[in-house]
Write a protein that binds this ligand. Structure first.
Ligand code: NOJ
Ligand code: CA
Length: 687
C-alpha cells in the first residue's frame, strides 16, 4: 500500500513510499515512468535490541521544497544550483517497543538521496548498530562498472560486467596492496550502471561523519543490492551512535547522458553549507614533488637509501640515494619557480622512514617534526620563500592514527610557524590497532577529527588512503583533495602492469562522482626505462596532458622528474599546456563520453576566463568531433591543440604528439583523432 509520493521539481523522478503486509516499509523509484528501483525495504539490526524492520506505521509526514544558488570557494564551477522536493516521514513501531524512525527523501532532477534519523528517545541515548538493512532492487540486469567492496582500500581496478556477473570474491587476489579486506560479494561505491534503455545510474553516499562507510552487498538472483557497513573486528557491531542521529545520505544519481553524471552536483547539494567560513589560506595550485622518484626507484624515502617502492612491493633493495636532500629540494624549487609551478611537496624529509612499513610496530615511528640530517628544513623553507614557491607538508602516518592524533597539534603548529598551509596525509598499511579498517566508523571519525583540527589552524588536507569522498568539502572546504583510487603510482610499480588505458575513462564515471582526486598526472617520460623496464605508464603523453582537465582536483601534481620535462636543454614544448591549464573553474561541461571508453570535458578557468578541453580514451583509437558551441558567441579564441601524432600508441609510441594552433569560435567544430590509450588537450585563450 503506497502512502506517500514525491517527485523531483521537473517531475521526471518519482519516489513512492508505502507499507507491505505486517507494516514493512518500502520505497520505489521511477524515471519518466520507467522503474529505476523496484519495491525495496530497509531496517536496522542492533546489539541489545530486536531488529527494526516491520510493524511500522506512519505517524506524520511533511513535504518541503528548497531552492538556492551557492558559491564554491574553489571547485568545478563557481555557482551551484540546488533545487529539490523533500519528503519527511515519521514512522513508529506499532509493536510493543514503539520505537521511532524518520526517513527523509530529497529528490532533485538529477537523482535523490535518502537518510534515516533516529530521534532522541527518552530511554536511550545511544544505539549500537550491528548492520543497516537498506535495499536497492534494480529493475534489470544492468551493465555495471564496479570495484570490490574493500574495507581498507579503494585502490582497485574497475570491472565492467552485467550486475548478475559481479564477483568481488574473485578479486581478493591482488599482489599490489599493502592492506585489503574483501569479506563478501559486495562492491565499493560509487557503482555506476547503464540500463538497456540507455539510462545511467550511480549509487553512492553523501555526508559521512560518524558512521562506517557503506559497501553494497550483491544478490545476483534478486537483482538486489543491500547495505553492508564496514565493520570493526574489535567489536561485534558496526556503529555506535548518539541520539538524535542522522545516517549519511544514500544517493542515487539518475542521468540520460553519461556526462550528466559528472556534471551533477547531487552529492555536494546533500551536504551542509560551509561551516568554516573563509578558507582563502588555501589557494588552488599545481605542484611538483620529490615523489615520483621514490616510486620508480630513482631514490628512497629513508636516509639509509633502502626504502623505495620496490622495497615494499618486492622486499628488494634497489635505489640507494635519499630523495629528500637539501640539494634536491633546491633543484625542485628552481624548476618550479622557473616554470610557473606554485607548490612543492617533499616526501621522506622526516625521520622514521627506515622503520616504516616493514616493521609490525608502527606506533610512534614518525614525529612529523624532525628532519633527516641531510635535509636542512630551514634552508629549504627560506629558499622556497625567496623563490615564491609554497611548500606542502607530508604526514605519512603509516596507518597509526593514534600516534598521529597525539602529535598533530604540535605538527600543525610547526607547519604554520613555517608558513605551510597544506598537508598531504597518508595511511599506508593495515590499520593499527589490528581489527580496525580504513573505512570503518573509528577511522571515519579520525579523518573528520583531522579536518577539524587542521581547520582550527587554517590547514587544508589532501588525504591518501582516505575514506571515500562524500561531498563534505561543501561543509569543510579545507578537505581539498584525496586519493581513494589506484593512482598514477601503480604505473611505477604494480605487478599487474599498472593502470590499463581504460582506467581513467572508468574513474571519470565512478570514483570522480564523489569528488576531487589527487591522481598526480603529468608523466612525460612514459617508459622510464632508465629506472625500470618492467613498468610504464599505459597512456600517451597527450592523454597525460588531458588529465589536468578531465580529472578534477584543486591541486594538481606535475608529477614527473624535472629532468623529464626538459628536452635538449629546453623545457619540453608540451609543458606549455601544463603551465597554462587552470586549476580552479568557473564552469565545467562534459562534451561527450561513455563509461570506460572515453570522455571529453571542457572547463573554464575562473580568473582568466580561458577554456581548456581534455579528452582521454581507452585502448581504442577513435575520431572525435569537438563542437565549440560552449564558447561565448561572437568571440574568437586561439586554440592550441596538443594531440597524439598519427602513429602514436600508448605502448608502441606513447610520446609522439603534435601541437597545432588554430582560431575557433562558437560555430567551429573540429575532428581530432586520438590514438589507442591516447587523448588530446586544448587551451583556448580568451581574447
Ligand atoms: C602512498 C601514497 O598514495 C603515495 O602518494 C605516497 O608517496 C606513499 N604512500 C608514501 O607516503
Ligand atoms: Ca595510495
Amino acid at each position: 500500500m503506497i502512502v506517500k509520493n514525491i517527485t523531483s521539481p521537473n517531475g521526471s523522478i518519482a519516489v513512492s513510499f508505502g507499507f507491505k503486509d505486517n507494516g514493512i516499509p518500502y520505497y520505489f523509484i521511477s524515471h519518466k515512468g520507467i522503474a529505476v528501483i523496484t519495491p525495496s525495504s530497509f531496517g536496522f539490526q542492533f546489539k541489545n535490541q530486536p531488529e527494526m524492520k516491520k510493524e511500522f506505521s506512519l505517524i506524520s509526514s511533511e513535504i518541503f521544497t528548497h531552492q538556492e544558488n551557492w558559491e564554491m570557494p574553489w571547485g568545478e564551477q563557481r555557482m551551484v544550483h540546488s533545487h529539490y522536493n523533500e519528503l519527511q516521514l515519521h514512522l513508529q513501531e506499532t509493536s510493543e517497543l514503539k520505537r521511532k524512525l524518520n526517513i527523509t527523501f530529497r529528490v532533485f532532477d538529477d537523482g535523490l538521496g535518502f537518510r534515516f534519523t533516529f530521534p532522541k528517545e527518552n530511554n536511550t541515548a545511544q544505539l549500537i548498530i550491528v548492520d543497516e538493512l537498506t535495499e536497492f532492487k534494480i529493475a534489470d540486469d544492468h551493465n555495471c562498472c564496479w570495484q570490490p567492496g574493500d574495507w581498507d582500500s579503494y585502490e582497485h581496478l574497475y570491472d565492467q560486467t552485467k550486475f548478475s556477473e559481479i564477483d568481488a570474491i574473485a578479486r581478493r587476489d591482488h599482489p599490489n596492496l599493502l592492506s585489503s579486506v574483501i569479506p563478501e560479494n559486495a562492491v565499493n561505491t560509487p557503482i555506476t550502471m547503464k540500463t538497456a534503455q540507455g539510462l545511467y545510474l550511480s549509487f553512492h553516499e553523501a555526508a559521512i561523519y560518524d558512521y562506517p562507510g557503506m559497501t553494497l552487498r550483491i544478490h545476483p538472483e534478486d537483482l538486489k543490492m543491500s547495505s553492508a557497513l564496514v565493520a570493526s573486528h574489535l567489536n561485534n557491531w558496526k556503529a555506535k551512535v548518539s541520539l538524535p542521529f542522522d545516517t549519511p545520505w544514500r544517493t542515487i544519481q539518475i542521468a540520460e547522458r553519461a556526462g550528466d553524471l559528472i556534471e551533477s552536483n547531487l552529492i555536494l547539494n546533500l551536504n551542509e553549507p560551509n561551516k568554516l567560513g573563509d578558507t582563502s589560506y588555501f589557494k588552488p595550485m599545481k605542484y611538483i614533488g620529490i615523489w615520483w622518484e621514490m616510486h620508480i626507484g630513482k631514490s628512497t624515502w629513508d636516509i639509509e637509501g633502502s626504502q623505495d617502492m620496490s622495497t615494499f612491493i618486492d622486499g628488494e633493495k634497489k635505489a640507494s640515494e635519499h630523495g629528500a636532500t637539501t640539494e634536491n629540494a633546491l633543484r625542485y624549487i628552481d624548476f618550479a619557480a622557473q616554470h610557473g609551478i606554485k607548490g612543492l611537496l617533499v616526501e621522506g624529509w622526516n625521520t622514521g622512514w627506515d622503520q616504516w612499513i616493514n616493521t609490525n610496530d608502527r606506533e610512534g615511528v614518525f614525529d612529523f617534526m624532525t628532519p633527516y640530517p641531510d635535509y636542512d628544513f630551514d634552508k629549504v623553507m627560506d629558499y622556497a620563500k625567496e623563490k615564491g614557491v609554497e611548500m606542502m607538508m607530508h604526514h605519512e602516518t603509516s596507518a597509526a592514527p593514534r600516534t598521529y592524533e597525539k602529535q598533530m597539534d604540535v605538527a600543525y603548529d610547526f607547519m604554520k610557524k613555517h608558513g605551510m598551509n597544506q598537508v598531504k596525509t597518508g595511511y599506508v598499511g593495515a590499520m593499527i590497532p589490528e581489527g580496525e579498517y580504513h573505512h570503518g566508523q573509528w577511522m571515519v571519525k579520525h579523518y573528520q577529527h583531522v579536518l577539524n583540527e587542521a581547520a582550527k589552524k587554517k590547514i587544508a588536507v589532501n588525504a591518501h588512503e582516505p575514506i571515500k569522498d562524500s561531498g563534505k568539502r561543501r561543509t569543510y572546504p579545507n578537505a581539498i583533495s584525496r586519493e581513494g583510487l589506484r593512482g598514477q603510482e601503480f604505473n611505477a610499480w604494480a605487478h599487474d602492469g599498472g593502470n590499463p588505458p581504460d582506467h581513467l575513462p572508468k574513474i571519470a564515471f565512478t570514483r570522480m562522482l564523489g569528488g576531487p582526486i589527487d591522481f598526480t598526472p603529468g608523466v612525460f617520460n612514459i617508459k622510464f626505462n632508465e629506472y625500470k623496464t618492467s613498468n610504464q605508464v599505459n597512456t600517451t603523453l597527450a592523454h597525460q596532458l588531458a588529465l589536468y582537465v578531465v580529472i578534477y582536483s584543486p591541486i594538481q601534481m606535475v608529477c614527473d622528474l624535472p629532468e623529464h620535462y626538459m628536452k635538449d636543454g629546453e623545457i619540453h614544448p608540451a609543458f606549455q599546456f601544463i603551465k597554462d591549464v587552470g586549476v580552479d573553474w568557473e564552469a565545467s561541461k562534459v562534451l561527450d563520453g561513455e563509461i570506460g571508453n572515453f570522455v571529453v570535458i571542457a572547463r573554464q578557468e575562473r580568473d582568466t576566463k580561458n577554456w581548456f578541453v581534455g579528452c582521454i580514451t581507452d585502448e581504442n583509437s577513435r575520431e572525435l568531433t569537438i563542437d565549440f558551441g560552449f564558447l561565448t558567441e561572437q568571440k574568437v579564441y586561439t586554440a592550441i591543440i596538443y594531440k597524439d601524432a598519427e602513429d602514436a600508441h600508448w605502448d608502441d609510441n606513447p610520446e609522439a604528439y603534435t601541437i597545432e594552433k588554430i582560431t575557433v569560435d562558437s560555430n567551429t567544430s573540429v575532428a581530432i583523432k586520438v590514438a589507442s590509450g591516447g587523448g588530446f588537450a586544448i587551451s583556448l585563450l580568451a581574447p
